[in-house]
Design a binder for this molecule. Structure first.
Ligand code: ADP
Ligand code: ASP
Ligand code: MG
Length: 471
């Protein structure tokens, strides 16, 4: 069971989490928690202040975080338990202040130090949640995620080393679960084999839950958040977004990759490998059934399952009339992106040019300089990818015409199109400012006028035996 930032944002929210976990005790839960809401952003701002040499500003931010966490802990556990918990939390915040002084002394905030700074968020929230469980009579134990999840040293975006991680999770977590304890761990944080703190990328607590769930071969993985599950589109853009009851792993992976923040893009990999269903649930509305993400595509009507959008995209266009069809040319182009460790999302080629999209800010200037050594290259910022996802796209004639009619009726210009790479995805690129209009039009066209999605009943149950723990 993973609880995100808003699910542990204050004492009341953590109290709700305790009751949700209590309701699952027979299923032997392992609990993974995020930092309290907004804390990771605040830790990053604090680190940047220290990196810029502003110690008073950094310490002031640290003081505010100390106060918020101590107040939450006091409210949750009562005076007696708080007198035991307080010194431990104060010690962590003293360490945080020491780190800030160190950063100011060195005059630089490296990715390695950034991970150390942000690791305090989950390290501390997990201690508070564990103490809250204990004072509510839940037999829980804290396990330090940094001793279980082992990654490479790609700081701020580290990749787990499963050969080291899985045995550690099995040896540290399993015996406690077997002994009837509820294990509480921080998500997002990990460490290298040498014990240097790392993180799994923003939103990475979902990934932690999947890593732990897969290692333990859990019956299911539950991602508890602040909405009723995976919705047909981002509810902040389109308030009419509807809950998706069942979604395939492939559809959910496309949604996450193309910007549906509700799941970290890497979350599903470990779950897919072990065929463990993932549920997305609302900690503010726990009775709602949420979304089930599972292997087999659900039978349903309707052309699409969801619309996702990814902003902050740049289109890089490379023109080179004489060279393009020459053997090895595309290799040369992609070699530049590879050298800068820059992922490319959408590619389209013609006889004289290649256009592709990258996340803006990813070293784009340096990439352009390298491309211009052998081609004319230009870059346009403030673009966005709109992605329509659905297992029913294959074999639905005329679907592209409907999509582009809906977009064109809004006077929106489509800059790039991609279909076919995955059979369940149609993506196109428009200007960032047009995203809200495009999504609302597409949502109205495909989700509000078509019959409500309905799951086709299947005789075979996909649920697994209830003998494994639930994470
Ligand atoms: P948590 O802190 O629980 O990890 P996040 O903020 O990372 O929560 O993700 C949940 C948020 O994702 C929702 O509040 C919602 O605004 C946003 N979101 C974007 N796209 C979708 C979608 N398709 N379905 C559900 N939520 C979405
Ligand atoms: N606290 C981290 C973040 O805000 C990880 C997470 O919440 O999943 O990115
Ligand atoms: Mg999240």
């Amino acid at each position: 069971m993973k609880f995100g930032g808003t699910s542990v944002e204050d004492a009341q929210a953590i109290g709700r989490v305790a009751e949700i976990v209590r309701g699952r005790l027979r299923r032997r839960p392992v609990v993974v928690v995020s930092a309290m809401a907004k804390v990771t952003d605040q830790l990053l701002a604090m680190g940047r202040a220290a990196g810029g040499g502003d110690l008073p500003a950094a310490l002031e931010r640290s003081r505010a975080l100390r106060e918020r966490h101590l107040n939450t802990a006091r409210e949750l556990v009562g005076p007696e338990s708080f007198s035991q918990l307080r010194p431990e939390l104060e010690h962590d915040f003293d360490q945080q202040d020491e780190l800030l002084r160190g950063i100011v002394a060195v005059g630089e905030l490296t990715p390695r130090t950034t991970d150390y700074v942000v690791s305090f968020g989950e390290a501390i929230s997990s201690k508070i949640v564990n103490a809250a469980f204990q004072t509510r009579g839940i037999n829980s134990t804290l396990v330090d995620a940094r001793q279980c999840v082992i990654t490479d040293a790609n700081y701020t975006q580290a990749t787990p080393l499963f050969d080291e991680t899985n045995p550690r999770i099995l040896s540290k977590v399993n015996p406690l679960v077997e002994a009837g304890q509820v294990v509480v761990m921080g998500g997002f944080i990990a460490s290298t084999s040498d014990g240097v703190p790392t993180t799994l990328g923003r939103g990475g607590s979902d990934f932690s839950a999947a890593i732990v769930g897969a290692a333990l071969e859990a019956e299911c993985i539950e991602i508890w958040t602040d909405v009723d599950g995976m919705l047909t589109t981002d509810p902040r853009v389109c308030p009419g977004a509807r809950r998706i009851k069942v979604v395939s792993f492939d559809e959910a992976a496309e949604m996450a990759f193309f910007g549906a923040k509700v799941l970290h893009p890497a979350t599903l990999l470990p779950a897919v490998q072990k065929n463990i269903p993932v549920y997305v649930l609302n900690s503010r509305n726990p009775k709602n059934k949420g979304t089930c993400v599972r292997k087999r595509p659900p039978g349903r009507r309707g052309s699409f399952t969801a619309i996702a959008t990814k902003k902050n995209i740049s289109i890089v266009s490379i023109v080179s009339p004489r060279m393009l069809l020459a053997h090895g040319y595309l290799h040369k182009v992609f070699e530049v992106f590879d050298r800068h460790r820059c992922p490319v999302d959408i590619v389209s080629t013609s006889e004289v040019s290649v256009s592709l999209t990258v996340d803006s800010g990813r070293d784009v200037e340096a990439i352009m300089a390298d491309l211009r050594r052998f081609a004319d290259a230009s870059c346009e910022d403030k673009m966005a990818i709109v992605c329509l996802i659905g297992e029913n796209i294959r074999g639905t004639p005329g679907v592209l015409a409907k999509v582009f009619t809906a977009v064109a009726e809004g006077g929106i210009n489509v800059r790039m199109v991609s279909q076919g790479a995955s059979e369940i995805n149609i993506s196109f690129v428009i200007e960032e400012d047009d995203v809200a209009e495009a999504v609302r039009r597409l949502h109205a066209r495909f989700f509000e006028s078509e019959p409500k999605q309905r799951r086709v009943k299947r005789a075979t149950a996909w649920a697994q035996a209830v003998t494994a723990p639930v994470v």
